[in-house]
Design a protein around this ligand. Structure first.
Ligand SMILES: Nc1ncnc2c1ncn2[C@@H]1O[C@H](COP(=O)(O)OP(=O)(O)OP(=O)(O)O)[C@@H](O)[C@H]1O
Length: 356
């Protein structure tokens, strides 16, 4: 009996790649892989090398070291690079790059010239339906909203069924409030068509809404690869802890397995990294780890308050002067200067020694 091995071959394998410009290395030793149908994001601050990695996958940047393999076929190494047009990739750019003189139908069908007319029409119709633009099919890009233009760009890139779709900050020209929603919509569309995709962004909310796996980059290195939950609750470094979500670090001492003594008392939970008894550490406290509890003997002074709609984000000062953050439902209103009863409730204890 024949076994189907296609599921075992990664759709994309990036193996120890380094990229540089004029002798300056900007990406160093990055490795990750995507299974067929998986959606990933490269996330990181400006200049950390995200776009360079995406451009290398597309075939626009040569590798100094390492290799890139698409569905079992090596497309880049330090000695060869298959030209972009031979890689069978799709790209969606920041500005969508739609053809202004072509209708929606013609934009979407642009990469399908080699298909017989009937099949081309069928694929375009299918995509129009998928991105819900059948009614706008004879319109020109300037007659569409930003979100509709983006769906056309997406459908055009998906039309030839690329092995992988690369998205370079596709929501950056949109309002912040819209981005997360669009990211979710795009994710649904990619899922429905089984597309493997990788998106570059510096917006963590977009990455959370879109990706199965997120790679956090800092100064050209891949610092952590995981899902949003892991990055938030089990950050592997201070950089990731700072970059993902909000939080503060408070000093503490490991007193036993999964127990830390801090100014807030003894905190129990799963310590996410190797730590030994007696070790001085800094414990990451997220705003959602601090629970408002009027009955708690532990009180902290409110020194800052930011309205976030459903919740207030309070900045609280402990006796030592150490500040922490706390999320409280916004129908509980408290003023600056008041003392709030709090307790700590954290499942995962992310700790960092001074050197990390
Ligand atoms: N063509 C180039 N020539 C020289 N240096 C470049 C070139 N492209 C990028 N760089 C440099 O490489 C580094 C990484 O750039 P890259 O665009 O990959 O980062 P990024 O994380 O995508 O940043 P952003 O979010 O601002 O787009 C930066 O220091 C950048 O200045």
């Amino acid at each position: 009996m024949k076994t189907d091995t296609s599921m075992q071959i990664p759709q994309l394998q990036v193996d120890n790649i380094s990229i540089g410009y004029a002798d300056r290395t900007v990406v160093e030793g990055i490795s990750f892989q995507l299974k067929p149908g998986e959606i990933a994001c490269l996330l990181g601050p400006s200049g950390c090398g995200k776009t360079s990695v995406l451009r290398a996958i597309a075939g626009f940047e040569p590798l100094m070291q390492g290799s890139i393999t698409l569905h079992g076929k090596t497309v880049s190494s330090s000695v060869m690079s298959l030209p972009p047009e031979k890689r069978h990739i799709g790209m969606v750019f920041q500005d969508f790059a739609l053809f202004p003189h072509l209708t929606v139908v013609k934009n979407i069908g642009f990469g399908l010239q080699k298909l017989p007319r009937k099949q081309r029409q069928q694929r375009v119709e299918e995509l129009l339906e998928l991105v819900e633009l059948t009614d706008a099919k004879n319109q020109y890009p300037h007659q569409l909203s930003g979100g509709q233009q983006q769906r056309v760009a997406l459908a055009r890139a998906m039309a030839p069924r690329p092995d992988i779709l690369l998205l370079d900050e596709p929501f950056s020209s949109m309002d912040t409030e819209l981005r997360e929603q669009l990211a979710r919509e795009v994710r649904d569309l990619l899922r429905r068509d089984g597309v493997t995709a990788i998106m570059v962004t510096h917006d963590q909310h977009e990455a959370f809404a879109m990706a199965d796996q997120i790679g956090v980059l800092g100064q050209g290195k891949l610092l952590q690869w995981g899902n949003g939950y892991d990055l938030y609750h089990r950050p592997s470094s201070r950089f990731v802890a700072d970059f993902i979500g909000q939080g503060v670090l408070i000093p503490g001492e490991i007193i036993a397995d999964n127990k830390i003594h801090t100014e807030l008392g003894i905190v129990s939970g799963k310590i996410t990294s190797a730590a030994t008894s007696g070790q001085q550490v800094n414990l990451l406290l997220r705003p959602d780890d601090i629970i408002h509890d009027d009955n708690s003997p532990l009180k902290a002074e409110i020194v800052g308050r930011a309205f976030r709609g459903a919740v207030y984000l309070y900045t609280l000062k402990l006796q030592s002067g150490q500040q922490i953050l706390c999320l409280v439902q916004s129908h509980h209103q408290h003023d600056i200067g008041e003392f709030l009863g709090i307790r700590l409730e954290a499942d995962h204890l992310a700790v960092f020694s001074d050197l990390t």
